[in-house]
Write a protein of this length. Structure first.
Length: 144
Protein backbone atom coordinates (compact mmCIF):
# COMPACT_ATOMS: atom_id res chain seq x y z
CA UNK A 1 0.00 0.00 0.00
CA UNK A 2 1.37 3.42 -0.97
CA UNK A 3 1.97 6.02 1.71
CA UNK A 4 0.47 9.49 1.14
CA UNK A 5 0.91 12.72 3.08
CA UNK A 6 -2.59 12.06 4.48
CA UNK A 7 -1.80 8.70 5.98
CA UNK A 8 -2.82 5.25 4.78
CA UNK A 9 -6.47 6.17 4.15
CA UNK A 10 -5.99 8.32 1.02
CA UNK A 11 -6.59 11.87 -0.16
CA UNK A 12 -8.27 14.63 1.87
CA UNK A 13 -11.56 14.13 0.02
CA UNK A 14 -12.02 10.82 1.82
CA UNK A 15 -15.32 10.06 3.52
CA UNK A 16 -15.91 10.75 7.22
CA UNK A 17 -15.54 7.06 8.00
CA UNK A 18 -11.98 7.13 6.63
CA UNK A 19 -11.19 10.24 8.67
CA UNK A 20 -12.29 8.50 11.83
CA UNK A 21 -10.00 5.57 11.09
CA UNK A 22 -6.92 7.79 10.61
CA UNK A 23 -4.40 7.96 13.38
CA UNK A 24 -3.81 11.13 15.37
CA UNK A 25 -0.45 11.46 13.64
CA UNK A 26 -2.09 11.21 10.20
CA UNK A 27 -4.67 13.82 11.13
CA UNK A 28 -1.98 16.12 12.49
CA UNK A 29 0.08 15.70 9.33
CA UNK A 30 -3.00 16.44 7.23
CA UNK A 31 -3.75 19.53 9.32
CA UNK A 32 -0.24 20.90 8.89
CA UNK A 33 -0.34 20.20 5.14
CA UNK A 34 -3.66 22.00 4.76
CA UNK A 35 -2.54 24.93 6.91
CA UNK A 36 0.66 25.33 4.89
CA UNK A 37 -1.38 25.23 1.66
CA UNK A 38 -3.73 27.84 3.08
CA UNK A 39 -0.80 30.03 4.10
CA UNK A 40 0.77 29.76 0.63
CA UNK A 41 -2.54 30.71 -0.98
CA UNK A 42 -2.98 33.69 1.35
CA UNK A 43 0.55 34.87 0.60
CA UNK A 44 -0.09 34.56 -3.14
CA UNK A 45 -3.28 36.61 -2.77
CA UNK A 46 -1.46 39.26 -0.74
CA UNK A 47 1.33 39.43 -3.33
CA UNK A 48 -1.21 39.85 -6.14
CA UNK A 49 -3.01 42.63 -4.27
CA UNK A 50 0.24 44.41 -3.40
CA UNK A 51 1.29 44.17 -7.05
CA UNK A 52 -2.01 45.73 -8.14
CA UNK A 53 -1.67 48.44 -5.50
CA UNK A 54 1.85 49.24 -6.68
CA UNK A 55 0.60 49.60 -10.26
CA UNK A 56 -2.07 52.04 -9.03
CA UNK A 57 0.56 53.89 -6.98
CA UNK A 58 2.95 54.17 -9.92
CA UNK A 59 0.14 55.29 -12.22
CA UNK A 60 -0.86 57.98 -9.72
CA UNK A 61 2.73 59.12 -9.30
CA UNK A 62 3.14 59.34 -13.08
CA UNK A 63 -0.06 61.40 -13.28
CA UNK A 64 1.21 63.75 -10.57
CA UNK A 65 4.53 64.12 -12.39
CA UNK A 66 2.83 64.79 -15.74
CA UNK A 67 0.43 67.23 -14.11
CA UNK A 68 3.33 68.99 -12.43
CA UNK A 69 5.18 69.31 -15.73
CA UNK A 70 2.09 70.69 -17.47
CA UNK A 71 1.47 73.09 -14.57
CA UNK A 72 5.06 74.29 -14.77
CA UNK A 73 4.66 74.85 -18.51
CA UNK A 74 1.56 76.92 -17.81
CA UNK A 75 3.42 78.95 -15.25
CA UNK A 76 6.20 79.62 -17.75
CA UNK A 77 3.65 80.72 -20.36
CA UNK A 78 2.05 83.08 -17.84
CA UNK A 79 5.48 84.51 -17.07
CA UNK A 80 6.02 85.01 -20.79
CA UNK A 81 2.64 86.73 -20.94
CA UNK A 82 3.64 89.06 -18.13
CA UNK A 83 6.86 89.92 -19.91
CA UNK A 84 5.01 90.54 -23.19
CA UNK A 85 2.45 92.59 -21.28
CA UNK A 86 5.14 94.88 -19.99
CA UNK A 87 6.82 95.10 -23.39
CA UNK A 88 3.73 95.97 -25.40
CA UNK A 89 0.49 97.64 -24.69
CA UNK A 90 -2.19 94.98 -25.11
CA UNK A 91 -2.73 92.23 -27.67
CA UNK A 92 0.24 89.78 -27.68
CA UNK A 93 0.35 89.37 -23.94
CA UNK A 94 -3.40 88.83 -23.68
CA UNK A 95 -3.16 85.84 -26.01
CA UNK A 96 -0.18 84.44 -24.10
CA UNK A 97 -1.98 84.98 -20.79
CA UNK A 98 -5.06 83.07 -21.97
CA UNK A 99 -2.97 80.16 -23.26
CA UNK A 100 -0.93 80.08 -20.04
CA UNK A 101 -4.09 80.04 -17.91
CA UNK A 102 -5.57 77.20 -19.97
CA UNK A 103 -2.40 75.11 -19.65
CA UNK A 104 -2.28 75.81 -15.90
CA UNK A 105 -5.90 74.67 -15.46
CA UNK A 106 -5.14 71.42 -17.29
CA UNK A 107 -2.09 70.90 -15.07
CA UNK A 108 -4.10 71.51 -11.91
CA UNK A 109 -6.71 68.97 -13.01
CA UNK A 110 -4.00 66.35 -13.68
CA UNK A 111 -2.33 66.95 -10.31
CA UNK A 112 -5.64 66.68 -8.42
CA UNK A 113 -6.50 63.43 -10.23
CA UNK A 114 -3.07 62.01 -9.43
CA UNK A 115 -3.25 63.00 -5.76
CA UNK A 116 -6.69 61.37 -5.44
CA UNK A 117 -5.34 58.12 -6.85
CA UNK A 118 -2.57 58.14 -4.22
CA UNK A 119 -5.12 57.89 -1.38
CA UNK A 120 -3.85 55.26 1.09
CA UNK A 121 -7.25 53.58 1.33
CA UNK A 122 -6.96 52.46 -2.32
CA UNK A 123 -3.69 50.66 -1.53
CA UNK A 124 -5.08 48.48 1.29
CA UNK A 125 -5.15 44.75 0.41
CA UNK A 126 -8.84 44.41 1.30
CA UNK A 127 -9.43 40.99 -0.27
CA UNK A 128 -6.50 39.48 1.65
CA UNK A 129 -7.71 41.00 4.93
CA UNK A 130 -11.22 39.65 4.35
CA UNK A 131 -9.90 36.22 3.38
CA UNK A 132 -7.67 36.07 6.47
CA UNK A 133 -10.60 37.10 8.67
CA UNK A 134 -12.73 34.30 7.17
CA UNK A 135 -9.88 31.78 7.63
CA UNK A 136 -9.55 32.82 11.27
CA UNK A 137 -13.28 32.38 11.76
CA UNK A 138 -13.16 28.89 10.23
CA UNK A 139 -10.15 27.82 12.30
CA UNK A 140 -11.57 29.15 15.58
CA UNK A 141 -15.15 27.95 15.12
CA UNK A 142 -16.60 25.76 17.82
CA UNK A 143 -17.69 22.21 17.18
CA UNK A 144 -21.41 21.49 18.01
Amino acid sequence: MATTPYGPSGPPAAANGDRESQSAFGLLRRLTDELSTLLRQELALAAAEISRSMRVLLSGAASVAAGGAVLFTGFLAMLAAAVLGLATVLQPWLAALLIGAAVAIIGIILVVMGVRSLDPSTLKPSRTAESLRRDKDVITRRQP
